[in-house]
Design a protein around this ligand. Structure first.
Ligand code: CDP
Length: 761
């Protein structure tokens, strides 16, 4: 009898060798583009950094040309070589032996719940296992909670398939789509996308007809968006299971998780099938889920590899974990042999950059004969090319120290790590419903997150984990992280649901039902923004807002700015782009002397009216700078990285506005003198719940909740002698006291005007 594993391997090998052969598709003459420049451009992929040099093609037969759609495409032997090199690595992954089982289950049923440890190969292999199935005639979507994971996975899978990726060629089979960056096209077979982008797709295509399969990855993270996706998919699945959806091949749904509660997910989907099978007579009666219904939901468990990891706790609690981490990094470096990289979990960009600097300073002072230390930051807002450095092999006689946020917990697999240092905290979004404000706070992680972090040290060999907290502190941690849907602002989620036709949000199939109060607050917020009709259904304005890839508040501002009486859309888009970048444009400056210098240099960007107009001036001056933008940033003490990001967002937002017909080609692309009053009125229309009035004692109190807020020291409005009678702010920070960040001065009567609109009298 033949060994089934061998059979699976042989099959995968033969499939993998077929992959780069792009199918020949004849295009009718009339559809072929005109000869000339266009065709030349298509012949060779642009930006193909991996184009072979003479050396890399040695031993190969030279570039391969493949015909597609009447065009000849260049196929790099370098890509094929790389694909073949990676094949043994793929075959060594724990999931490899399950390929046939996974395919079989999805041939027989439409939903599969797949669990397996991080690094077992779920995200990279499952789409490749499925792409050649008979039912897979369209694209496979795989969702990720973070953009960095979506992009790096797309790159990796393209490499494994010997294909170009993203925008490198119109023939690329693997692509990605993240907010403000779409690198997929009609030929994309495997598309990695952030959860938010899939929700956007669901607005346009509620039955997911453009996809053959939707793979929902990292479900254990339980982001709000994943919960919404699962609810929507459950509805689609129950329609399909009950024959209400006419499709040649039913949509396949794969739910993947590192630590999921399998039973809970199976029950969740089975309940959907059950509900839809009910007859009108039994509709209101609760019915037990039969085994036959449960059998419609398949499961698969992938056994992971995990080497033992030794845990060390701090003897005493500490507040300064940056310093504790620094000490341990050097202790490891001096004591432990190479290879063995270090992964440090910190809360956010500020702590990461502080530790990076310290590591570099101390490393520079090491003896010359010591192996080198290479500090590499990893956080969501880091530009792509910097993130990719994490995945490159560690140079000779060097130890990598990766300084990461909880991105590296389950989302991104960093190779070579033997030591983990865990600060025990992560920044989480917390909605304070009594204030109606959302803030990002560093909070203790859960025990299950601590176990995940520790596990990262034992992927390739036995490892060590240093916890920067005591064993007693560990014991007090909550067992699991509370799902985001139970602790965040739901206005964007509700708007998505309403725009998707779910009016009765209270009866939406939530995996965990958010508290009534949070749902109520979110509905109120949408009413305030004018997105809903009186009966709670979404209106045209709400639909437009839902199509913009920003929060309902920012979307409302954009739509307001497009109204003829405001006529300031381009300026508002500039400001919103600046608000949407995660990097600080005006970064913190460490030394007193430099700070003075920076304040002086930034003075000509600062505007009396506040931070929003300051952002506008900064974006416009930067955009006008044609010769050397980097030097411009250095002169003005502005982050070049943040500004590059702003320009990218601005481009995407302008495109979105054009496709929603808010922007027309005849509009001028820049305005010489911005209409400050109109711009601030738009900002106020969105951020009406973030307003505060000046009290006789010189403090500010919010209009809606009478909460004391101080203007943040980072604002241009901080420390003003002549205080504005009212302020609007687009960010709220709660540390030991409440701060308004990104603040502008507004007039009381403007606020009253908006109030009349939002709270009908
Ligand atoms: O999804 P899961 O965590 O189960 O595993 P995966 O993301 O498919 O990763 C499988 C393996 O692929 C990892 O152990 C890495 O060696 C490799 N990988 C990589 O090198 N670069 C990436 N961007 C993603 C994965």
């Amino acid at each position: 009898k033949e060994d089934p594993n061998k059979l699976a391997k042989a099959r995968e090998l033969s499939e993998a060798s077929k992959e780069p052969q792009i199918q020949i598709a004849k295009t009718p003459k009339s559809e072929q583009p005109q000869k000339g420049r266009e065709e030349k451009r298509l012949e060779k992929p642009r930006n193909d950094h991996r184009k072979p040099t003479d050396q890399s093609t040695k031993g190969h037969t030279g570039p391969r040309h493949t015909l597609i759609g009447g065009h000849t495409f260049y196929q790099s032997p370098h890509l094929i070589k790389r694909r073949d090199e990676l094949l043994p690595k793929r075959q060594a992954l724990p999931i490899w032996s399950q390929a046939d089982a996974i395919r079989k289950r999805l041939r027989e049923t439409n939903v599969l719940v797949l669990t397996g440890e991080t690094g077992s190969g779920k995200s990279t292999q499952v789409p490749q296992f499925l792409q050649s199935e008979d039912w897979c005639t369209k694209t496979i979507a795989i969702t990720q909670p973070r953009r960095v994971a979506a992009i790096s996975l797309a790159r990796r899978v393209a490499e494994e398939m010997g294909s170009l990726f993203g925008t490198q060629s119109p023939a690329a089979k693997v692509g990605y789509s993240v907010r403000f960056d779409n690198a997929s096209g009609p030929k994309t077979k495997i598309k990695f996308l952030t959860e938010g982008m899939l929700l956007q797709d669901m607005l346009r295509d509620p039955d997911m007809k453009q996809y053959s399969a939707v793979v929902v990855d990292e479900v254990h993270e339980r982001s709000v968006n994943v919960d919404l996706i699962l609810g929507f998919l459950r509805n689609v699945v129950s329609r399909i299971e009950n024959g209400k959806e006419a499709r040649k091949h039913p949509l396949k749904v794969v739910v993947m998780s590192a630590t999921a509660d399998v039973e809970g997910l199976v029950d969740f989907f089975a309940e959907g099938v059950n509900e839809a099978r009910k007859t009108p007579a039994t509709l209101s009666e609760p019915t037990a889920i039969s085994q036959a219904v449960r059998d419609r939901i398949s499961t698969c468990f992938v056994e992971g590899r995990q080497f033992p990891v030794k845990t060390t706790y701090l003897p005493e609690p500490t507040l300064d974990w940056v310093e504790s981490a620094l000490k341990i990094i050097f202790q490891i470096h001096y004591k432990e042999p190479l290879p063995g990289d270090v992964l440090v979990f910190l809360t956010g960009q500020d702590k990461i950059e502080a530790l990076e600097k310290l590591v570099n300073d101390y490393a520079a002072a090491m003896d010359k004969d010591m192996p080198k230390l290479l500090a590499l930051p990893l956080f969501a807002a880091l530009p792509q090319h910097a993130q990719q450095r994490i995945f490159q092999p560690t140079p000779y006689r060097t130890r990598k120290v990766i300084l990461a946020t909880n991105i590296a917990e389950t989302s991104v697999t960093v190779p070579g790590v033997r030591f983990v240092i865990d600060c025990g905290k992560s920044k989480i979004k917390q909605y304070r419903s009594n204030l109606g404000l959302e803030s990002l706070l560093a909070k203790p992680i859960s025990r299950s997150a601590a176990i995940q972090r520790k596990g990262r040290a034992g992927r390739e060999a036995p490892g060590q984990c240093y916890r920067l907290y005591t064993e007693d502190e560990y014991k007090t941690l909550e067992e699991r992280t509370t799902p985001e849907i139970l602790r965040c602002d739901l206005s964007q989620s509700l708007l998505t649901m309403k725009a998707r036709g779910v009016n009765d949000v209270l009866n939406f199939p939530f995996l965990d039902r958010p508290p009534q109060e949070t749902l109520g607050k979110a509905l109120m917020q949408l009413f305030h923004l004018g997105a809903l009709n009186e009966d709670g259904t979404v209106n045209d304005l709400g639909i437009k807002m839902a199509k913009l890839p920003v929060t309902p508040t920012l979307a409302r501002i954009i739509v307001e700015a497009a109204r003829p009486e405001r006529d300031c859309l381009l300026d508002v888009v500039d400001i919103i782009s600046a608000l949407s970048t995660e990097d600080s444009i005006f970064f913190n400056i460490a030394t007193e002397e430099k700070r003075e210098q920076a304040e002086e240099a930034r003075k000509n960007l600062y505007r009396r009216e506040g931070d929003h107009m300051t952002f506008l001036v900064t974006v416009q001056q930067y955009a006008e700078e044609q010769t050397d933008r980097k030097a411009w940033c250095e002169r003005h003490f502005v982050s070049h990285r943040a500004m590059q990001n702003v320009m990218n967002i601005r481009k995407q937002l302008r495109q979105q506005c054009t496709s929603l017909k808010l922007l027309t080609p005849e509009m001028p692309t820049s305005s010489s003198s911005p209409n400050t009053d109109a711009i601030l009125a738009c900002i106020l229309r969105g951020f009406i719940s973030n307003t505060a009035r000046l009290c006789p004692d010189g403090s500010y109190k919010t209009f809606f909740h009478n909460q004391l807020v101080a203007v943040h020291p980072g604002s241009v409005m901080h420390g003003r002698k002549n205080k504005a009678e009212a302020i609007v702010f687009s960010e709220f920070l709660y540390t030991n006291k409440s701060y308004a960040k990104k603040v502008s001065a507004v007039q009381m009567n403007w606020i009253e005007d908006v109030m009349k609109e939002v709270v009908p009298i």
